[in-house]
Design a binder for this molecule. Structure first.
Ligand code: ATR
Length: 294
């Protein structure tokens, strides 16, 4: 006979949150929030909310109507959601993107961004020896790069050298950040000669491009110019050990993988919606990795 003793039962007061995106089937967030809900014995639910792009405004109204506590926002809505909500936190304004919505009892929606603190917590956790007293090198200029730049500048690095295939996009990002931070972002073209000549004093190198994701080409750059005491981080977590991290490890450099950023960025949302600050543990990591088939 099937044992239903461990099936979670929802009451009439279940706290509900979810993740808005298109598509969202690949997201690990429902699994990791389900883990924390079970761990804390909370009467809550966190569900995937696939929203066709032309229905985003209706979906936001729906969150209010159904009394959702909030939601995560992922591709392609992190910027599109901004005009549809009531308030932005300073960090969301700095980054120009929202990944977490918090809805109060009156239905007022505040948008924040937990990717930047999530990146920083993961970096500090994975490489406690890292200090923000040297310049940083960041690859890419998309939404993820914005969060990583905000995190690094907020932590106090003296300069971010921002490498991108499309230089204009790095320039736009640098201009957006200029009013918000004392230290500067220096946009640079992603070409070997410039890369090789810009790394001698960096303390951390971060990949925020999609290069190295399963099915995509790897980053084709020489890591021999990175100082031996620098940390190399990748925000790609599928695979966990990207070719970029593998090459860094082969050179003896300390590395930080991308799964931790996903786990750490989720803590603040869980806290807002469900009232407990959850922890990132080895057991949670193993649980998510199993779900990914890794
Ligand atoms: P996200 O929001 O996840 O950061 P994105 O906005 O699509 O995603 O940004 C992807 C980043 O990866 C961009 O910096 C992109 O470079 P371009 O601005 O030149 O498009 C970078 N990227 C993607 N494929 C790349 C490739 N084959 N070579 C170099 N950079 C690449």
């Amino acid at each position: 006979m099937t044992d239903f003793a461990n099936v979670p039962a929802h009451s009439g007061h279940t706290a509900v949150a979810g993740i808005l995106g298109w598509p969202v089937a690949h997201s690990q967030s429902p699994r990791l929030h389900a883990y924390w809900l079970a761990e804390h014995g909370i009467d809550g639910a966190y569900i995937p909310l696939p929203v066709m792009p032309d229905r985003l405004a209706d979906a936001i109204k729906g969150l209010r109507a159904f009394g959702f506590r909030g939601a995560n926002v992922t591709i392609p809505f992190k910027e599109a959601v901004i005009p549809l909500i009531d308030e932005l936190t300073p960090v969301a304004r700095q980054i120009g993107a929202v990944n977490t919505l918090v809805i109060d009892a009156e239905g007022r929606i505040t948008g924040t961004n937990t990717d930047a603190p999530g990146f920083l917590e993961n970096l500090r956790h994975g490489a406690p020896q890292w200090r923000a007293d040297r310049p940083a090198a960041v690859l890419g200029s998309g939404g993820a790069a914005r969060a990583v730049c905000a995190a690094l500048l907020g932590a106090g690095v003296p300069e971010v050298r921002l490498f991108n295939r499309t230089l204009g996009k790095a320039e736009v990002l640098a201009a957006h950040f200029r009013p918000h931070f004392a230290a500067a972002i220096r946009p640079l073209p992603l070409i070997p000669k410039v890369w090789e000549g810009s790394l001698a004093d960096v303390g951390v190198v971060v990949n925020t491009t999609s290069l190295g994701t399963t099915g995509q080409p790897a980053i084709d750059l020489d890591l021999g110019f990175i100082p031996t005491d620098a940390v190399v981080a990748d925000i790609v977590y599928n695979p966990l050990r990207t070719p970029f991290l593998a090459a860094a490890e082969a050179r003896g450099l300390a590395t930080v993988d991308g799964l931790g950023m996903l786990l750490f960025q989720a803590r603040a949302g869980f806290h807002h919606w469900f009232g407990k600050m959850p922890e990132v543990t080895d057991d949670l990591r193993a649980f998510v990795l199993r779900a990914m088939g890794a």
